[in-house]
Ligand binder design. Structure first.
Ligand code: GLC
Length: 736
């Protein structure tokens, strides 16, 4: 859709066919071959990890040596000259990118420019909150704005393709990549998807402040069994269509330029070779007409899955399933020529993939303007406007989980405030995963921001080391209020960081215990990539601020919130379970035949050693003020329900509120979730002010997929809930 309608003309199609007619088979295969600056993808590999990869044969001795330098790219320059590489991943140095582009455009026979892909997940030089954090803003406009800034900065560096947005619905907080997701709700995820595509791509990919986006990871990677990264996924197709497909559908409708397949198998078929879901569903049903790229080395991993018997079968299986680009596994590069010559792969399959790739390169304007003007990067990088947006994003992504009134801090009342915890003193810990390109000079830590306001900082403890008793005594003996930063390091979430236990490290639990014994008021600020199980903090702290990893402006934003210069308004997009064993934990679950009403109910759907409710549910987030909901009214129209509710700011602070609308389909041919988010409105109310908020709920939003994968809207009784979180009680009913 993005290609056929906006950019591609018959003129360009002719150019593509002319190129194709002139290209050799090797040059065609080269377009399908993507390499990275290291044999294993786009990120720095710790020395120990590199050694392990060498020992297990994942990389050669030469690659091992080269991985520790940036020389590996020189190994590829001849390949570019020979037309054997069509795209790179993981480059961010504009000078190096221009050098490689120049070789491709001016020294290779066909002169086809390179796609330069990069993981710009939540900002480039200006770092925004991690996606899980930003999703808590429930701010569609913000979703688009941050993507737009990331596109501008990344494109100026010569990157023309981002491997974002990540659209994996994530219900299991043990999975480290929940940090990269927009949480557990398909409705919010759909809006997020649309806005991210618009922000990254705009209306014209040849605009050098826009960039090709890549919706990932297709499909259901977030449903990996046990929350264990890369693990198998097994579910009904109707659930796939109801929960995991919607954000991708919205991304395709928004004109996404590319899709990345996921590492996992679904029901035994690896996504990298899943013809049913790639060809039949993504292309034919959803109408996707862009480029499909595998995940890193995933084509070769088809043999490891036990799906393809060897690398030749892997190349054939992936290409015939519809994977156009082989990311960094060298399988297409090694095998396709021989497979075509043996007649085991049709040249048409290769031609179709090459045409998709060339269309994207034309759409990006690369044939006319392949080089970046890296002087421009300094002009657009970390401008005051971008930094102001980073601050706004950090403010709106922060969630106030608990507050007994100690926040915002009254400096008249609390003269000796102490800050403890090493996480508060780290620039890099403000960023979270996938932030290789951050510019630190604009980042202020929480410690620096608070110390400017007279707060005393003492380290006392790190993420996993024991409390330093002397420092703790110094920090707390004269303090009348303590701010304790707890949580995870940035390396404990993100890819390949699944945890079976998502409670705080034991050393931090003992810090909480000591603070409770101290008997002085304390505020907990959480730095974390995933939802954590923090019952001991919930029981002991006077206030809890969920700060996630908020990016460049984390420190300043938190200081504004803590001292009341900004009234927090974030709402959780994932449950915070009471115990790790309760994962997956999600609000939109079926009722079952035996729902538990209390923790002590027997013969019901619950854990004897758990809680029936999470500590904090989807949609939860407090404010310094209070909002009251009243006068809920519904009115049936021809094709939609008109829902109105009065919201009053009944407290003492002006502030934002995210009003949420949920439905419950009481009886249907398939049991339906007890709640489903179907609308949200973010509004600003001054203290004492009230507004009537309207939701339009199309009846077409009330359906689900049956076993034949038909989307059905069944008549029957529905409940409508409107309120401040997914446990809101204000309700009405109607019959469709
Ligand atoms: C990684 C990730 C994917 C990323 C790619 C390139 O393994 O799964 O999200 O875009 O490799 O870095």
């Amino acid at each position: 859709m993005y290609l056929k309608s906006k950019v591609l003309t018959n003129e360009i199609e002719k150019k593509i066919n002319n190129l194709l007619d002139k290209m050799t088979l090797e040059e065609k295969i080269g377009q399908l071959h993507q390499v990275g600056p290291s044999p294993v993808g786009a990120f720095d590999i710790p020395e120990a990890e590199l050694k392990k990869m060498l020992e297990t044969g994942r990389i050669t001795q030469e690659e091992y040596e080269l991985s520790k330098t940036d020389k590996i790219l020189d190994k590829n320059e001849d390949k570019i000259r020979n037309g054997e590489i069509g795209s790179f991943l993981g480059l961010s140095d504009p000078k190096r990118i221009n050098r490689l582009q120049r070789i491709a455009v001016e020294e290779s026979r066909m002169g086809i420019p390179l796609l330069i892909g990069c993981d710009v997940i939540h900002g480039f030089n200006t770092v925004f909150p991690t996606p899980i954090a930003e999703s808590c803003s429930f701010d569609d406009e913000l979703f688009e704005q941050t993507a737009s800034v990331a596109a501008k900065e990344a494109r100026a560096a010569g990157i023309n393709w981002v491997f974002a947005p990540m659209l994996d619905i994530s219900r299991d907080a043990r999975w480290g990549r929940i940090a990269e997701s927009m949480g557990q709700d398909p409705f919010l995820a759909g809006n997020y998807a649309e806005r991210k595509v618009r922000g990254f791509q705009g209306d014209d990919l040849s605009d050098n402040s826009k960039i090709a986006a890549c919706a990932k990871h297709f499909l259901a990677y977030g449903a990996c069994e046990g929350g264990k990264d890369y693990n198998t996924v097994d579910m009904s197709l109707s659930k796939l269509y109801d929960v995991y497909l919607p954000p991708f559908k919205r991304a395709v409708e928004a004109g996404i330029a590319s899709i990345m397949t996921s590492f996992n198998d679904i029901n035994g078929v690896p996504m990298t070779a899943n013809k049913l879901l790639i060809k039949n569903v993504l292309h034919d049903e959803l109408g996707f007409d862009g480029v499909v790229v595998s995940d890193a080395t995933a084509v070769r991993e088809l043999t490891v899955h036990g799906y393809s018997k060897d690398k030749y079968a892997a190349a054939r299986d992936a290409l015939c399933a519809g994977v156009d680009i082989d990311m960094n596994s060298y399988t297409y590069f090694d095998c396709l020529k021989e497979l075509v010559e043996k007649g085991e792969v049709q040249i048409d399959n290769i031609n179709e993939a090459v045409k998709s790739i060339l269309r994207l390169k034309f759409a990006l304007g690369l044939f006319d303007n392949p080089y970046c003007d890296f002087k421009k990067l300094n002009e657009v990088s970390c401008t005051n406007e971008h930094l102001a947006l980073a601050k706004k994003a950090a403010l709106h992504s922060t969630v106030l989980l608990k507050n007994n009134g100690v926040l915002p801090i009254n400096k008249e009342k609390h003269k000796n405030i102490s800050l403890i915890g090493e996480l508060s003193d780290s620039i890099s810990e403000s960023y979270g995963c996938w932030t290789i390109y951050a510019k630190d000079e604009h980042t202020v830590t929480l410690k620096d921001a608070l110390c400017k306001e007279g707060v005393q900082y003492t380290r006392c403890y790190g993420v996993k080391d024991e409390l330093n008793e002397d420092e703790f005594k110094t920090a707390t003996e004269n303090a009348d209020l303590i701010i304790a930063v707890l949580g995870e390091s940035r390396h404990m979430s993100g890819e390949a960081h699944s945890y079976a236990d998502i409670s705080l490290p034991e050393s931090q639990k003992s810090v909480v215990k000591r603070l409770k014994e101290l008997g002085k008021p304390f505020i907990c600020v959480l730095y974390n990539g995933r939802p954590l199980c923090v019952p001991e903090v919930d029981q002991s702290a006077d206030a809890i601020v969920e700060a996630w990893q908020l990016g460049t402006k984390m420190g300043e934003a938190l200081a504004d919130i803590i001292f009341g210069r900004f009234n927090p308004c974030g709402k959780l997009t994932s449950n915070f379970p009471y115990k790790s064993g309760e994962c997956p934990s999600y609000y939109n679950h079926p009722n079952t035949g035996r729902p538990a009403a209390t923790d002590s109910d027997h013969w019901t759907c619950k854990y004897d050693d758990g809680r029936i409710k999470p500590i904090y549910s989807f949609g939860h987030g407090l404010s310094y003020t209070t909002f009251e909901y009243s006068e809920l009214q519904i009115e049936k129209a021809e094709s939609y329900l008109n829902v109105s509710v009065k919201i009053t700011n009944s407290g003492n602070y002006d502030g934002y509120e995210v009003a949420q609308l949920y439905i419950h389909d009481k009886f249907a041919s398939k049991v339906r979730p007890v709640r489903e988010l179907k609308g949200y409105k973010k509004l600003y109310l001054r203290q004492g002010e009230n507004k009537v908020v309207n939701f339009i709920l199309p009846y077409s939003d009330l359906g689900f997929h049956n076993d034949k994968l038909e989307y059905v809207i069944e008549k029957g009784d529905f409940e409508i809930f409107v309120g401040t979180d997914s446990e809101c009680e204000l309700k009405s009913e109607f019959t469709l």
